[in-house]
Design a protein around this ligand. Structure first.
Ligand code: URA
Length: 436
C-alpha cells in the first residue's frame, strides 16, 4: 500500500477499507508517512467526507495507536467531560475539581488550542510550575491522591491524535464532523473512563456553526461512545458569544477561581454546574441530574471544590498561591479599550473572530511549533442583548506587543453587530441534550 494512492482515492471520493485507514494512521504515527502526505489526505477527507464505517475505522486506529489506560485499581467510577472547543471555554478547570471533590475520579486528558479556540493544556501551563506532561504511572498516582488529573496526551495515549491534531490546526482541516469525532473519541476512550459528558458547541465561535451540524456531531460521538460500552451524553451549548467575561490563558484561569469561590459570570457558572451535574448522574454518584446540580453547588459553597483544585495544582508541581495573588500568573504589560462605534443593542457577534484576534496577539498558534503568550487576553464588557453607548468600551485588550494590535482591534470591532432595537429573544445557553 502507498500513501499517495490513498490520497488519490479519497481525493476522487473513494471509500477506504479498515486496512487502508489503519495503514495511514499507523504509518503516520510511526513517522513513515510524512506530514505533507497526511496533510493532503486530511484535506481530501475534509472535502470528500468519511462515511460511518470509515469513521469507525479511523476512531479505532487512532484509539489503538497507543495504550488504553487501565484504571481498574482505582476504586469508584471514572468520568470525564470534553468540549468541542470555543472562545473563553474554560469549564474543565471548574468542573474537574467539583466532580473529584464529590467522590468521582476525573482522568482528564486534554488538548492544546486548536484553530481559533483555546485549549485546557495551554491554560494550565499559565500556572507557574504546573506539569501537564506526566507519565502514565505518575498520572495514576495523581488520580489516586486527589481524584483528578489534568494532562496532555502522552506518547502512550492516542499518539496518532496528538500528531494529527497539531497538523490539522496548521492546515485548516479542523472543522469536519468525522475528524472531530475521531479525534475526541479516540483520546477519551483511551482514558479508561466509565462515562463521558460531551459539550458540543454551536454558533459563530464553534467549529460547527449550524445547530444541525452540532447535533449530527453530538449524535455521532454519543453513538461511538455507546458502541464502546460507555455511558455518554452530549449537551449542545451556545457559542455565539464568548463564555464568561475572559478569553486568554491567565485571565481564564483567574475567572475559574472566581467561579470556584462562589462568584464569576452567570453563564460560566451555569454551564459548569450543569456539566458537573451530568457527570455526577452518569457516574452514579447522584440519582438525578437535579441532585447532581445541588451537590455541585454545595461543593463550591463549602470550599471543597476550591481546595481540590489547589491540591491538584500542588500535586502536579504548580504554585497554587495565584488563587490569592493573581499577579503571580503571567500578566500583560498594556491594556487598550476597544470602543463601540455606535449606540444601540448588541444583536450578534462573530465570535470566531475574537479567537482569531487573541491568536493574532500571541495567545494562539499559527504553526504547530509556535509558542503561546499566556498573558494576553480579551475582556468582554457586553453580551448579546445588552445596551451599548457610542464610545463605550466593548472589549479591553490585554497585550504585550503593539505589532499586531491594530489588526486585533479591527477584528474585534468588526465582530459586533449593533442594532437599534434589542433582539426579541435571547438564545438559551443549553440548547438540547443528546443521548439522555
Ligand atoms: N477537540 C478535539 O479534541 N479534537 C478536535 O478535533 C476538535 C476539538
Amino acid at each position: 500500500m502507498r500513501a499517495v494512492d490513498l490520497i488519490r482515492k479519497k481525493r476522487d471520493s473513494g471509500e477506504h477499507s479498515r486496512e487502508e485507514i489503519g495503514f495511514l494512521i499507523s504509518g503516520y504515527t510511526r513517522g513513515e508517512i510524512p506530514d505533507y502526505q497526511m496533510a493532503a489526505w486530511l484535506m481530501a477527507a475534509w472535502i470528500r467526507g468519511l462515511n460511518r464505517s470509515e469513521l469507525a475505522s479511523l476512531t479505532e486506529s487512532m484509539l489503538y495507536s497507543g495504550e488504553v489506560l487501565d484504571l481498574s485499581r482505582i476504586p469508584g467510577k471514572k468520568v470525564d467531560k470534553h468540549s468541542t472547543g470555543g472562545v473563553g471555554d474554560k469549564t474543565s478547570l471548574i468542573l474537574a475539581p467539583i466532580v473529584a471533590a464529590g467522590g468521582l475520579t476525573v482522568p482528564m486528558i486534554s488538548g492544546r488550542g486548536l484553530g481559533h479556540t483555546g485549549g485546557t493544556l495551554d491554560k494550565l501551563e499559565s500556572i507557574p510550575g504546573f506539569n501537564v506532561n506526566l507519565s502514565l504511572e505518575e498520572f495514576r498516582n495523581v488520580l489516586r491522591d486527589c481524584g483528578l488529573g489534568l494532562i496532555g496526551q502522552t506518547a502512550e495515549i492516542a499518539p496518532a491524535d496528538k500528531k494529527i491534531y497539531a497538523l490539522r490546526d496548521a492546515t485548516s482541516t479542523v472543522e469536519n464532523i468525522g475528524l472531530i469525532c475521531a479525534s475526541i473519541m479516540s483520546k477519551k476512550l483511551a482514558e479508561g473512563i466509565d462515562a463521558l459528558v460531551l459539550d458540543v458547541k454551536t454558533g459563530s465561535g464553534a467549529f460547527m456553526k449550524r445547530e444541525e451540524d452540532s447535533i449530527r456531531l453530538a449524535e455521532l460521538m454519543v453513538e461511538t461512545g455507546k458502541r464502546m460500552g460507555k455511558k455518554v451524553v452530549a449537551l449542545i451549548t451556545d457559542m455565539n458569544q464568548p463564555l464568561g467575561r475572559m478569553a486568554g490563558h491567565s485571565n481564564e484561569v483567574i475567572e475559574c477561581t472566581e467561579v470556584l469561590n462562589g462568584g464569576g459570570p452567570a453563564d460560566l457558572r451555569e454551564l459548569s454546574l450543569e456539566l458537573s451535574a451530568w457527570m455526577f448522574f452518569l457516574g452514579e454518584r447522584t440519582k438525578s441530574v437535579d441532585e447532581g446540580r445541588v451537590l455541585a453547588q454545595s461543593l463550591i459553597a463549602s470550599g471543597h471544590a476550591m481546595e481540590r483544585f489547589r491540591h491538584c495544582i500542588r500535586v502536579q508541581g504548580g504554585d497554587d498561591h495565584f488563587v490569592e495573588k493573581p499577579q503571580l500568573l503571567p500578566r500583560a504589560r498594556s491594556r487598550l479599550d476597544v470602543l463601540s462605534s455606535a449606540s444601540g443593542f448588541i444583536s450578534a457577534t462573530n465570535c470566531e473572530q475574537f479567537g482569531i484576534a487573541l491568536a493574532t496577539l500571541g495567545g494562539g498558534r499559527e504553526k504547530k511549533e509556535d509558542t503561546i503568550d499566556h498573558a494576553v487576553g480579551l475582556e468582554f464588557h457586553k453580551r448579546i442583548g445588552d445596551r451599548v453607548e457610542k464610545r463605550e468600551p466593548l472589549v479591553t485588550i490585554h497585550y504585550n506587543s503593539g505589532a499586531k494590535l491594530a489588526e486585533a482591534q479591527r477584528l474585534i470591532v468588526a465582530s459586533y453587530e449593533i442594532g437599534e432595537v434589542a433582539p426579541s429573544e435571547r438564545l438559551p445557553l443549553i440548547r438540547r441534550i443528546i443521548g439522555a
